[in-house]
Ligand binder design. Structure first.
Ligand SMILES: O=C(O)CCC(=O)C(=O)O
Length: 271
């Protein structure tokens, strides 16, 4: 149950792929578990700003099993290779618009986000919009699409008028995209439920490992000492452990960075 060569080619060319209904059969318990994470943590989302939990699927044993889901594992493996790294992810109640951005920019390695929207979302009610091709490193410095946040100055249009593809989705659909891809969302509710699984290709070279360690260092802003929860690791089968091991071996620098962040920040980051 992998993806077709054409879907892989589409992803490489445009930077994203939508799999309609990939987890449709499981969406009932996934939504219940989503709510349980926030309830257990005592997070009351009042709609004034984004509420976020990092790492997310790690918080509940059943959600951890999404990393064992054949459809999800096949999707990620088909896009970035076997033995990919699970990097954590976030669970969110989004509030309103998300301005144009990419999730960093990697010229080394392959970084992939898998997103699950738990409410129906359309073009003007908060679905993810993407600028196809904006993930390409060779275009980064020559194509102004990466400056979409400056649309008013550059092109005299609001951010929600920037030409883009809206990835409208129903609960149970899965949206995968390259971290480099420019994305945004407009017109969503003040309690838009969405969570992600972040991954990267298994690192083979010193430069790729350094990039991985840099990515892990960025987690300090969430005040976490490790990338995965103990629950995620303790409940892992040997099959799942393949996705955890390289990250576990390369996060020794994180606790000191998180300790520093706790001293310097009033609260963990919200994104
Ligand atoms: O759904 C949204 O509002 C934005 C999602 C996003 O920016 C992300 O996951 O990086």
């Amino acid at each position: 149950m992998g993806i077709t060569p054409q879907q892989k080619q589409f992803f490489d060319t445009f930077g994203y792929l939508v799999l309609p209904g990939l987890v449709k059969d499981q969406i009932g318990w996934i939504s219940e578990e989503f709510e349980a994470v926030f309830r257990d943590r005592g997070v009351v989302h009042d709609g004034s700003q984004r509420s976020v939990v990092v790492p997310f699927i790690d918080q509940r044993e059943r959600l951890c099993t999404l990393l064992d889901h054949p459809g999800i594992v096949n999707l990620i493996s088909s896009l970035i290779g076997d033995n990919f790294n699970y990097l954590g992810g976030d669970g969110n109640f989004y509030t309103g618009d998300t301005r144009w951005h990419s999730d960093g920019f990697h010229t080394i390695g392959q970084y992939l986000k898998v997103a699950f929207y738990l409410d129906p979302v359309t073009t003007n009610s908060g679905c993810l919009r993407v600028i196809p091709g904006s993930h390409r490193p060779d275009l980064r410095d020559t194509w102004d699409a990466r400056k979409a946040r400056e649309s008013a100055t550059l092109w005299g249009i609001e951010q929600n008028q920037v030409p883009a593809i809206p990835l409208e989705s129903e609960p149970g659909d899965v949206v995968a995209f390259n971290h480099n891809l420019m994305h945004a969302a407009f017109g969503g509710s003040k309690a838009r439920r969405m969570f992600t699984i972040n991954t990267c290709a298994h690192c083979e070279t010193p430069a790729e490992l350094q990039e991985l360690e840099n990515f892990i260092a960025g987690k300090a802003r969430f005040w976490v000492d490790q990338s995965h929860s103990e629950l995620m690791r303790k409940s892992a089968s040997p099959q799942r452990m393949r996705f955890l091991q390289q990250v576990m071996a390369h996060e020794a620098h994180l606790p000191a960075l998180a300790a520093k962040a706790r001293l310097e920040m009033a609260e963990p980051a919200r994104g």
